[in-house]
Design a protein around this ligand. Structure first.
Ligand code: 5AD
Ligand code: SF4
Length: 444
């Protein structure tokens, strides 16, 4: 094929993203790689030649959702023979060729470290062949690729600062699907944040599986945060996720020194029982965790704390479960992502531990945690009534065109009458009332 022709094909790619923030950030890297190779991004599936599904493998229900979607797309392919489907991300890495054997309308799988090969892969499958690119890398960070901000509001963007994870929590598939941990060069991170700010963005979220172990020759995570936060006081900086074992006081000191580093720390606890934490290979005790919480509250009295928790892990007794409820009562999280344990093939837990809590019992324990957390979130929000917050205005509220929403530094959503407020600017909002999920207020 003539090279000019190759770069002139204008074939259209539609990307659907499931799962975590990291996947959304990766889809933006994928879009950038494909645009450089001459593909355009389709606005909808209807005018796409390729549908790329960026997938999550963390729990079985995440995978079932994708399988369902792939099967649904078969009907589209029958009507429109040219549509090719590719599966990206963690499910592609985990299942590799097996996925194409089981879902034969999938043309290719491409794992998280192989996205630079996508232009070749798309060319390969154009004539009906199948392809699998699933090699993991110890060095790939896509540092030189400027992500195409898909579906962005022009205000808030993700910046991936590291990839992979080698903590090997015994329940977790991520070390197998995303490979070894590696950190991106800090200069490229600071330059990306600066460039976003120059284009009008007012919030960046630095992403990694465990940002606290970010390490590059020149900088650890606290130094990196200091540099990004120094770009401009009007640029909000968020980060996720923090592993409790690595959350250092020096990070909290850097946060305290920069009011534009948001007062919100996502600190997944997973369980309130030391016995479970040991079985989960988490490398901390509840005493250590509570010490980290105390330290956050000492350094940053107005900081919100959020978490992840798993109900019904292998061997979890009612006592262990009670310990989780007790921990929730003690920490009083502002938000929690709460899950039932889902056994993942290949993990330490799947190989060596029995998934011995009945599904109905997992659900019961999960619901108990959800109900407790709902009540705590409501009570926390009730304490916010009467307070004033600086809010970064993000857009129209779902309820009404007359209302806008934004977030405060603590990442709580505030809804208020529009008046003269403009998305992308900071405004002061007084909180008048609340639900468990939202603060309702008015512009000051
Ligand atoms: N089952 C249930 N939840 C899981 N998580 C990770 N692996 C599993 C699993 N096998 C949860 C953890 C993690 C979050 C991203 O997903 O709480 O912090
Ligand atoms: Fe999974 Fe643990 Fe790594 Fe988080 S830190 S991605 S839970 S292995």
């Amino acid at each position: 094929m003539h090279p000019l022709f190759e770069y002139d094909h204008m074939e259209k790619v539609y990307i659907e993203t499931y799962g975590c923030q990291m996947n959304f950030a990766d889809s933006e890297v994928v879009a950038s790689i494909l645009q450089k190779a001459g593909y355009t991004m389709a606005e909808s599936l209807d005018d796409a030649d390729y549908c790329l599904i960026n997938t999550c493998a963390i729990r079985d229900n995440a995978e079932q959702r994708v399988r369902h979607r792939v099967r649904e797309l078969r009907a589209r392919q029958v009507r429109d023979g040219r549509l090719r489907i590719g599966v990206l991300g963690c499910m592609a890495e985990r299942l590799q060729n097996q996925l194409m054997a089981e879902e034969d309308n999938v043309s290719f799988v491409c794992g998280p470290d192989a996205y630079r090969r996508l232009p070749q892969v798309l060319a390969e499958v154009a004539d009906g062949r199948q392809a699998a690119e699933v090699e993991l890398s110890t060095t790939e960070t896509y540092a030189d690729i400027e992500p195409v901000r898909l579906g962005s509001n022009g205000i808030s963007a993700y910046i991936s600062i590291m990839r992979g994870c080698q903590n090997y929590c015994s329940y977790c598939v991520v070390p197998y699907t995303r490979g070894r941990e590696r950190s991106r060069d800090p200069q490229t991170i600071v330059a990306e944040a600066q460039h976003l700010f120059d284009r009008g963005y007012r919030e960046v979220t630095l992403l990694g599986q465990n940002v606290n172990s970010y390490r590059n020759t020149e900088a650890g995570f606290p130094e990196l945060m200091d540099r990004v936060a120094s770009i401009d006081p009007a640029l909000r900086v968020r980060f996720a996720t923090s592993h409790p074992k690595d959350l250092s006081d020096s990070l909290l000191e850097v946060m305290a020194a920069h009011p534009n580093i948001c007062r919100c720390i996502h600190l997944p606890v997973q369980s309130g029982s030391n016995r479970m934490l040991k079985a989960m290979n988490r490398h901390y005790t509840i005493e250590w965790y509570l010490d980290r919480v105390d330290s956050i509250r000492r350094h940053l009295p107005d900081c919100s704390i959020t978490t992840d928790v798993i109900a019904g892990f292998c061997g979890e007794t009612l006592e262990d479960h009670q310990a989780t409820l007790d921990l929730f009562r003690r920490v009083r999280y502002d938000y929690a992502f709460m899950f039932k344990y889902s056994q993942r093939d290949g993990t330490y837990a799947a190989r060596h531990m029995a998934d011995d809590i009945a599904d109905a019992e997992k659900t019961r324990r999960l619901n108990e945690i959800i109900n407790l957390q709902g009540q705590i979130a409501l009570e926390n929000n009730q304490l916010e009534v009467g307070r004033d917050y600086e809010v970064l205005v993000e857009g129209e509220s779902h309820r009404s065109k007359e209302q806008l929403f934004g977030r405060n530094s603590q990442n709580k959503v505030l809804v208020f009458d529009r008046r003269d407020a403009v998305p992308g600017t900071y405004r002061q909002v007084h909180v008048d009332s609340c639900t468990a999920a939202t603060l309702l207020g008015h512009l000051i």
